[in-house]
Design a protein around this ligand. Structure first.
Ligand code: 7TS
Length: 402
């Protein structure tokens, strides 16, 4: 992996923040965009802009081709068996809401149980909670240990005849833990239960193959994978998607409408009511091409090495405690420093151009489990270097000692 070349692909990395070169360590919140993604948006609007799947003119045809080509790129990237299984959505949040409101609505009833890990992002908790409230079902948390690993033996014991759904993150946005999702899916399937994998923090960092995982549903947010905001995907197994009733109705998802009934379009369009985010889908396609050009294996290797380096460097700071020490982790380092308010420290680092996040990271249950309400979080992307980590450590030391 040629880091200098990769860095030069990201225009924003050239800018100064508070008179310092930007060091972007907030990749778990969102990633920066390479030239090719930015250019693809501009080119699309300059040359091909049209609504898709309608109109018999050239631009409609071109825009449709680009939109569907992006879907195919994503299909290959996640190893889905057909583009019909790839639904465009706004991002992971919308994908999970879609599954809760369709599959969940269909399969979950009074007294049923949904298993979620203790480390889920709010977007993989609240939609299920809303469904539970409506249906009289309940959420059962899958426990983790103090390292930040799921306790697999406990997970297995949670299955009852009322378990209807398992929804788990592939990588924790707070702890960085890479969960054993393949094994967890296998266990769930042995109980006849479907599994949604939240890939928001997984897909940008690990090579993913949904068929190998045997995931029933898989989600991805484009903006965390070097693509634009406002676009993401829901993958679902064809047999499941086919049986699900759409949750949003409108144009673009119908074959025939009368006042007393509607015939829906085939997959994936029946879940894509209204005009989609066409330009950003094209941009996401460009981001996928970019990632594949570098190679997910190389990305995984680079980021895990940097994670190891950062963990070692941060651990050497007196009074600093890393939250999340799973042996199998990637890209995310959360930590607290004795006697220091995380948001104050984030503000001080920002004065030096270093962007980290402070707060609860939209995953309050896991912070509560570790007895904290806020952490500092440095998260790594493909363009980060050992020097970035050194700068972070120097910045922390400078302010801790003040
Ligand atoms: N799931 C996980 C594991 C996440 O980390 C996030 C966003 C989401 C779901 C929601 O994704 P969205 O694209 O629909 O918003 N995580 C973060 C974060 O850690 N800091 O800001 C957003």
């Amino acid at each position: 992996m040629k880091l200098d070349t990769i860095r030069s692909d990201f225009p924003i990395l050239k800018r100064k923040v508070n008179d310092h070169s930007l060091i972007w360590l907030d990749n778990a919140a969102t990633t920066q965009k390479p030239h090719c993604v930015i250019e693809s948006l501009s080119r699309y609007y300059k040359e091909n802009n049209s609504n898709v799947h309608r109109g018999a003119h050239t631009l409609a045809k071109e825009a449709t081709e680009e939109y569907e080509a992006a879907r195919k790129k994503i299909q290959k990237f996640i190893g889905a068996s057909s583009p019909e299984e790839v639904v465009f959505v706004r991002g992971t949040t919308e994908a999970i809401n879609l599954v809760a409101n369709t599959y969940g609505n269909l399969t979950i009833g009074r007294g049923d149980e949904i298993l979620l890990t203790q480390m889920e992002h709010h977007s993989n908790i609240v939609p299920w909670q809303m469904l539970c409230k409506y249906k009289g079902a309940r959420i059962i948390p899958i426990p983790i240990n103090k390292k930040g690993d799921i306790i697999l033996e406990e997970y297995e014991k949670l299955f009852t005849p009322r378990t209807r759904m398992v929804s788990i993150t592939q990588v924790s946005n707070v702890l960085g833990t890479i969960n054993p999702v393949k094994q967890m899916i296998n266990i769930a399937h042995s109980h006849g239960v479907s599994v949604l994998v939240d890939g928001a923090q997984g897909a940008p960092h690990l090579g993913v193959n949904v068929q190998d995982l045997d995931a029933d549903f898989y989600t991805l947010s484009g903006h965390k994978a070097y693509g634009p905001t406002g676009i993401g995907i829901l993958y679902g197994k064809k047999a499941l998607l086919e049986n699900m009733i759409p949750w949003q109705g409108g144009g673009g998802m119908i074959k025939d409408v009368d006042f007393d009934r509607t015939v829906y379009l085939e997959l994936p369009y029946k879940f894509e009511a209204g005009t989609g985010n066409i330009a950003d889908a094209v941009g996401l396609g460009a981001a996928i091409d970019y990632l594949e050009g570098i190679g997910m294996y190389n990305i995984e290797h680079h980021e895990q090495e940097l994670t190891r380096y950062a963990t070692e460097a941060l651990s050497s700071i007196n009074g600093l405690h890393i939250i999340g020490n799973a042996p199998h982790k990637t890209s995310v380092m959360s930590f607290i420093i004795e006697g220091i308010d995380p948001s104050k420290m984030a503000g001080l680092l920002d004065q030096e151009g270093i962007a980290v996040r402070a707060g609860h990271h939209c995953a309050q249950p896991v912070l509560k489990y570790f007895g904290v309400d806020s952490t500092l979080r440095a998260s790594i992307g493909i363009y980060n270097t050992h020097k970035d980590i050194d700068a972070l450590v120097q910045g922390l030391l400078k302010h801790i000692n003040q």
